[in-house]
Design a protein around this ligand. Structure first.
Ligand code: NAD
Length: 252
């Protein structure tokens, strides 16, 4: 059993920032030599990829655009982190359909298309896939209708994919982080208000974590990357279809 990724060809979506970037960095430290990094933010992705000490191919575009995946060369893919995501934070009665569709497009359509491309590429050789869901897909909270529903669907998608992929040696798991200190929160209106009130993102993160998280803090992206690397690796060889909740006790 190993967490050495040196023999792998590994896809990471949403790789330019936050959890995706932290995971790509960790996998490179654990020996990964061939990374395929996908993101729609071309500048951030190019800057980040430049910092990695390994071979990397860039897939630039919207993960919810089927053409991106039709044109992608995923030959020999062994591992995939399906992670690109976006947030929203409004009660149902205030949520515009356009906002609902924006979230569903990236979080669910994008997850489906990325997952399908990875499973097709792994069909003959097997592999391991992790989908980044969220504790918002496990625990119902007001104001998370679009985000939470999309992530609950991602958790179930992982279960179905696990059953379909098992005969081909493909493992599929989900991870459900609680709050993680990344730029995704800038999309959430109440967080932006808290940053204004409290003067900094760090103060807003601390205040939110103190309210709801038994551990009293949000996760660093590097902590979530450790859990993802575990699920991707052979150390999790008998795990498939699970959802690993890693939330500092938030959902208890
Ligand atoms: P982030 O904003 O730091 O990174 C997300 C990346 O995805 C960005 O680089 C962005 O450009 C890219 N992206 C977004 N939409 C895309 C699209 N349609 N096509 C291609 N690229 C796209 O956020 P993060 O916190 O690292 O989020 C990563 C994943 O973790 C998301 O799925 C998110 O829902 C999930 N998550 C985050 C938290 C948290 O508190 N930060 C908690 C639970 C789950």
């Amino acid at each position: 059993m190993t967490d050495d990724f040196s023999g792998g060809r590994i896809l990471v979506t949403g790789a330019a920032s936050g959890i995706g970037a932290a995971t790509a960095t960790l996998l490179a430290k654990r020996g990964a030599k061939k990374l395929i990094l996908a993101d729609r933010d071309e500048e951030a992705l190019s800057d980040f990829a430049f910092s990695l000490p390994c071979e990397r191919a860039l897939l630039i575009g919207d993960v919810a655009d089927e053409a991106l995946w039709n044109d992608a060369d995923l030959t020999g893919l062994t591992h995939a982190l399906v992670n690109a995501g976006t947030a929203a934070g409004k009660p149902i009665e205030a949520l515009e359909f356009e906002e609902w569709r924006r979230v569903m497009s990236t979080n669910l359509d994008g997850a489906f298309l990325s997952l399908r491309a990875a499973m097709r590429a792994m069909k003959s050789g097997g592999g391991s896939i992790v989908l980044t869901a969220s504790v918002a897909g496990v625990k119902a909270e007001p104001g998370t209708a679009a985000y939470g529903a999309s992530k609950a669907a991602v958790i179930h998608l992982a279960r179905i994919a696990a059953k379909e992929g098992a005969p081909d040696g493909i493992r599929v798991n989900a991870i459900a982080p609680g709050g993680v200190e990344t730029p995704i929160w800038s999309r959430v209106p109440f967080f932006a208000d808290m940053v204004m009130d409290m003067g900094s993102e760090a103060a807003a993160f601390e205040a939110m974590a103190k309210i709801a998280t038994p551990m009293g803090r949000y996760a660093k992206p590097e902590e979530i990357a450790e859990q993802i690397a575990f699920l991707l690796s052979d150390r999790a060889a008998y795990m498939t279809g699970t959802c690993l909740v890693t939330d500092g006790g938030y959902s208890l």
